[in-house]
Write a protein that binds this ligand. Structure first.
Ligand code: ADP
Ligand code: ADP
Ligand code: SF4
Length: 602
């Protein structure tokens, strides 16, 4: 018996009619006549009667794991829980289902952050705090009871909040994670969507500061992801609520817009409102949150929400891969940033040299000028700048999809392009989709270089239409890198990926360019991802939607300085781990660094 282990069966994958119960046939306790793996039976709460259930009392635990190996559909996980987890879960969805340990504690007048991977139970925790789920303390067979939960949390940070929740006096406003799905649920224009939300009488101010004005009269299904994100933020922040939950605020926003969103959220908590944010852009999370809970575990199987930490310690411990109070290693390696010496690009031969270029749209409504430059073979060129400034236009000029008005680009360049907004909605399985793109699909080379680093194995049999945002992003990156091309252009690969996935995707892109004599141009607004990824920078500036300008590609120090000077933002280094942190505007360090012209590698 292994009472510290859990068995999780993914009921979407378990298909007994196709495997003939390989798991049960090989399970050692079953073979000695015990009922370890059985069928759910007619009176099971969830699943088909023929699907399996695993007795956690009888199961031998992770060291056995035979059923995990035998299951052809990867439907089973047997996991030894960390010994540090002494308590029962707060909630378990059912027999052999996901369980959540611990809850974040919203605090009046404060912004509480949650940092952790997707699928770890963050939404489950919020649904509990919003009184949409009454936690069952792991006893899914019993009627859940708030009194038992209160007993469990008496004397903790959560006591006050749970008391108010029990009295039914907590109101909640929530911004969903996937803003791209809003048009499926709302028919009408932006003004109509926003008009019923203005419970605090602040909508005009929000519309102005989030620059929503230009799209107020446009149909919701015609506006871009970045615009939808700002509309959804305004719709949530305009509500009158005790508890605001914001599930990712940064996807599709540029850094200036991210900072504005952070400022608006900070202002909201001036009263007794509490805000909980899930955010994977660590520079913004650092700026935004007053305290932080780290979430770890095994996505889809179990999640643990730690007690509150200072934001600085929480992020540092997360990056180091080791949680100090919990004495818990959550990753074998630390994520590290180069502190003082930005990489200087190794001399390599040029892939493309382009002259000064110009391009304008319509009657010069938008005009772009690009200074001539060179993109080198095997380099990752980071591209930074506000939205609407011409970055995608430049990528299309390189790809030969657009003709410049002045200058010309070597048209022999093969470009593979991952757009910012991914449209892969065919009713097709992931494996069929990817094998239609490359003959290398399934080769050990492709598995090592692409499928493993992008964690595609578990989603190969799913339909493209059923993927989560982070899964869709990984498939789109894989599809782009699998093409045979000279230049891989990736537009905002970080969107909807959690921090782990960003780091994995970063190393996949870097490795791929190094081993494949390929060159990548990566447009992203997550400064940590750009720092980890880029050898040199291409900086765009100008007036969004009116005129854009791109300099020639430059080294990281020069590029970061010119980009951040334009944004008026400086970074300092965390003294312990060398992580870049945004300086408070007007602080002594901020002023000193601006005086020296060192915005990033100070
Ligand atoms: P996150 O917000 O961290 O991405 P979620 O809280 O949405 O994670 O989900 C955590 C896990 O719980 C997922 O594996 C999900 O499939 C599972 N889950 C969510 N809702 C249910 C439910 N109603 N029944 C069973 N499992 C669920
Ligand atoms: P970025 O990638 O930096 O967000 P884009 O290159 O997509 O910027 O767009 C720059 C500007 O050009 C935006 O104002 C956009 O609305 C406009 N634009 C882009 N494509 C077209 C087009 N085909 N016709 C007219 N205007 C366009
Ligand atoms: Fe049976 Fe699987 Fe547990 Fe091994 S790990 S005892 S095969 S249920």
């Amino acid at each position: 018996m292994a009472d510290d282990s859990i068995a999780v069966v993914d009921l979407d994958s378990c298909q007994p009619d196709r495997c003939n119960y390989e798991c049960a046939n090989y399970c050692p306790p079953n073979r000695t006549g015990k009922e370890c793996i059985t069928t759910r039976g007619e009176d099971a709460d969830e699943g088909d009667p023929d699907q399996i259930r695993i007795s956690e009392e009888i199961c031998l635990g992770e060291t056995c794991g035979i059923c995990v190996e035998k299951c052809p559909f990867d439907a089973i996980e047997i996991i030894n829980l960390p010994q540090e987890l002494e308590d029962d879960p707060v909630h378990r969805y059912g027999d052999n289902a996901f369980s959540l340990y611990g809850l974040p504690a919203p605090q009046e007048g404060r912004v509480t952050g949650i940092l952790g991977p997707n699928g770890i139970g963050k939404t489950t925790a919020v649904r509990i705090l919003a009184d949409e789920i009454t936690p069952n303390l792991g006893q899914w067979d019993d009627e859940p009871d708030w009194d038992a939960v209160m007993d469990e949390y008496r004397g903790t940070e959560l006591q006050n909040y749970l008391e108010e929740l029990q009295e039914g006096s907590v109101t909640v406003a929530r911004k969903p994670q996937y803003v791209d799905r809003i048009p499926d649920r709302f028919d009408g224009n932006t003004r109509e969507l926003l008009e019923h939300t203005d419970e605090r009488g602040v909508l005009d101010d929000l519309v102005e500061r989030l620059s929503i004005g230009p799209v107020m009269d446009q149909p919701i299904d015609s506006i871009s992801g970045g615009e939808l994100q700002r509309v959804a933020l305004a719709a949530t922040l305009a509500r009158e609520a005790d508890f605001y939950f914001l599930d990712e605020i940064t996807p599709y926003l540029d850094i200036g817009q991210r900072m504005t969103a952070a400022r608006l959220i900070g202002e909201l908590t001036g009263t007794d409102r509490s805000v909980l944010v899930v955010e994977h852009d660590l520079a913004i999370l650092d700026l935004l949150a007053d305290s932080l809970h780290v979430a770890y575990g095994e996505p889809g199987a179990y999640g643990v929400v730690t007690g509150p930490k200072s934001v600085k310690n929480g992020i540092n411990e997360y990056l180091a891969g080791y949680l100090e109070n919990e004495n818990m290693r959550i990753r074998p390696n630390a994520i590290e940033f180069e502190e003082h010496a930005p990489r200087t690009a190794a001399a390599s031969s040029p892939l493309v040299e382009y002259p000064d270029l110009t391009k304008s749209y319509g009657d010069g409504e938008f005009s772009l000028t690009i200074e001539g430059g060179t993109i080198n073979e095997n380099e990752v060129l980071g591209v930074v700048g506000p939205n609407g400034i011409g970055k995608s236009t430049f990528a299309e000029l390189l790809a030969g999809e657009l003709e410049p008005d002045e200058g010309s680009v070597d048209a022999r360049l093969d470009v593979a392009y991952k757009p910012q907004y991914i449209e892969i909605d065919q009713p097709m399985r992931v494996d069929a989709f990817l094998s239609s793109i490359t003959n290398d699909f399934g080769s050990s080379y492709w598995d090592t270089e692409i499928a493993q680093p992008l964690q595609l194995e578990r989603i190969m049999e799913q339909n493209l239409t059923d993927l989560s945002g982070g899964e869709r992003q990984r498939v789109a990156i894989a599809a782009c890198l699998s093409e045979d091309a000279d230049l891989y252009v990736l537009d905002e690969p970080s969107a909807h990926m959690d921090v782990e996935q960003r780091v994995q995707a970063t190393s996949a892109i870097r490795r791929y360019t190094e081993n494949h004599d390929a060159t990548a141009l990566v447009i992203d607004h997550d400064i940590y991802m750009i720092d980890l990824l880029a050898d040199r920078l291409l900086v765009f500036d100008g007036e969004p939607a009116a005129s854009g300008h791109a300099g020639t590609p430059v080294g990281m120090r020069e590029g970061m300085n010119s980009f951040l000077a334009d944004l008026d933002v400086t970074f300092r280094r965390d003294e312990r781990v060398g992580r870049p942190r945004i300086n408070k505007p007007g602080s002594q360090l901020d002023r000193e660094q601006k005086r020296q012209g060192e915005y990033y590698y100070a």
